[in-house]
Design a protein. Structure first.
Length: 201
């Protein structure tokens, strides 16, 4: 048990020591989008879908007093849309088909995939890029197709072959991103009302 805990800490430490500047770049990209009226869209599969949903709710419903809600939407939450596209077109297109009706130039789209090879997430990022949205990816291992795609502006890559360690580090990354984005936006507007009571972390 101690060995696993140490490994978990070590993977996260290595990531932030090696990629701290990339995390800051990602935060700057998101902050710039929000600053100009952009909306964040997130997507993933399985556990990564849960992480994508977590990212969206953190921005939409902030837990920290004085930090305002920022527009974010999880693309996996509409089951009617997912099943319609999956049945009629194919599961690879469940995110890409949502882009034209939702995403505009200046928006931000975040794809989460431990392997970087989730075809539907990559197709979503490609469709978002074609619409002139900023595109980010959280991945692991060698980053797969997402790390090599010209449609992804920035990939934050966790150097591990353990799905658990990758997912744990993704959680740390997006919480740090959330904090950095709000810090970058803090000078742009006055503090607003505190987060609603009863917020569940």
């Amino acid at each position: 048990m101690v060995a696993k805990w140490r490994d978990s800490v070590a993977v996260k430490t290595r990531f932030f020591e090696a990629h701290g500047n990339d995390v800051l770049r990602a935060a700057q990209l998101l902050a710039e989008g929000f600053r100009h009226g952009g909306r964040l869209y997130t997507m993933g599969n399985g556990g990564s879908s849960c992480d994508a949903a977590h990212v969206a709710v953190e921005f939409q419903h902030p837990v920290t007093a004085g930090r305002p809600a920022l527009p974010a939407h999880n693309l996996a939450q509409d089951m009617a849309m997912l099943t319609a596209v999956g049945n009629d077109v194919g599961f690879d297109e469940v995110f890409a088909r949502q882009m034209p009706g939702l995403v505009k130039a200046g928006d931000m789209v975040l794809g989460v995939s431990t392997s970087g090879n989730s075809r539907n997430v990559l197709r979503g990022l490609e469709a978002a890029h074609d619409l002139q949205a900023s595109t980010l990816a959280l991945a692991g291992g060698d980053g797969g197709a997402m790390a090599r795609s010209a449609s992804v502006d920035l990939t934050l890559l966790v150097d591990s072959d353990s799905i658990h360690r990758i997912q744990e580090t993704h959680v740390a990354i997006y919480h740090v991103l959330w904090d950095l984005v709000h810090s970058l936006l803090a000078d742009d507007r006055p503090a607003r009302a505190s987060a609603p009571k009863g917020r569940t972390p």
